[in-house]
Design a protein around this ligand. Structure first.
Ligand code: ZN
Length: 273
């Protein structure tokens, strides 16, 4: 969730020897975003496949590539790369892997485009997804931290912070119900999903630890995470690494590292379906 509250505006180091990786990242992202259909210029694109009915008997997971478009997220230590690029690549990689396991997957964005936090969750609610996972890269003020962590929304944060957002979110989750009833239903569902969210986060974090090293395990954390507010299914937000760390930042551009991260997120999700 870097960008708004962990953004560092300090000058960033350029790292030698990763030019090819940068080009690969930018090419991979721009390959599907340079020439969007005209409709995307005037209104947000629908969630990919949103209109398609979900397959009977198959689990449905919504993967949220953090940031996008004008919302770049944190800036990489590698020039020209932003969080929004990496989150999209990782989300695509996770989607591929889950689909190979027979899971239905939708991304909240398939392009380098702006999608509001609220819309991301609303899309997952409309689809009645079984799980929602938001992917981000981290950043620290001193660019000295590294490692991965997974966040869940705490009940107290729900009580204090999310009412306003949920007044909008709830009716979409409960079509036909009036606002108060919908909110109540939302409360009930959220209570049921809390355990699921904690299990989901723990599973993802554990898989990351086994693949990326326990010395980088920053644990499962709880807080008010805006992108998770209003979700009516178990939801977690994973910060896969520090994009601005002089060592870890360039590492995150390496295909084998991205594959390991995608494998970990996939395994964590699959274990909870
Ligand atoms: Zn972020």
């Amino acid at each position: 969730m870097a960008g708004s509250w962990r953004w560092s505006a300090a000058a960033l180091l350029l790292t030698a020897g990763v030019g090819a990786s940068v080009a690969a990242v930018q090419t991979a992202v721009s390959a599907r975003s340079d020439h969007p259909p005209p409709a995307r210029l005037v209104r947000p694109s629908p969630l990919a496949g949103e209109e398609a009915p979900r397959s009977p008997g198959r689990a449905l997971v919504v993967i949220d590539p953090g940031h996008g478009g004008s919302n770049t997220g944190a800036r990489s230590v590698v020039d020209g790369v932003y969080e929004k690029h990496l989150t999209l690549l990782l989300a695509r990689a996770v989607a591929e892997r889950l689909e190979a396991r027979g899971v239905d997957v939708r991304l909240t964005r398939e392009l380098d485009e702006y999608v509001s936090l609220r819309e991301r969750v609303l899309r997952a609610n409309r689809l009645r997804a079984d799980l929602f996972v938001s992917i981000h890269t981290n950043a620290s003020d001193a660019r000295s931290q590294r490692g991965f962590e997974t966040w869940v929304l705490t009940p107290s944060a729900v009580d204090v912070d999310s009412r306003a957002l949920r007044r909008d979110a709830a009716p979409a989750a409960h079509p036909g119900a009036d606002a108060d009833t919908a909110l109540l239903l939302d409360d009930v569902e959220r209570g049921l999903s809390q355990d699921g969210a904690a299990s989901l986060a723990a599973a993802i974090q554990g898989e990351l630890a086994s693949r990326r090293g326990r010395d980088r395990d920053r644990g499962v954390r709880q807080a008010s995470m805006d992108v998770l507010l209003g979700a009516t299914m178990p939801a977690a937000l994973v910060e896969v690494g520090f994009i601005d760390h002089p060592v870890e930042g360039p590492e995150l551009l390496e295909p084998e590292v991205q594959a390991a991260i995608a494998d970990a997120i996939t395994a964590g999700i699959a274990s909870r379906l």
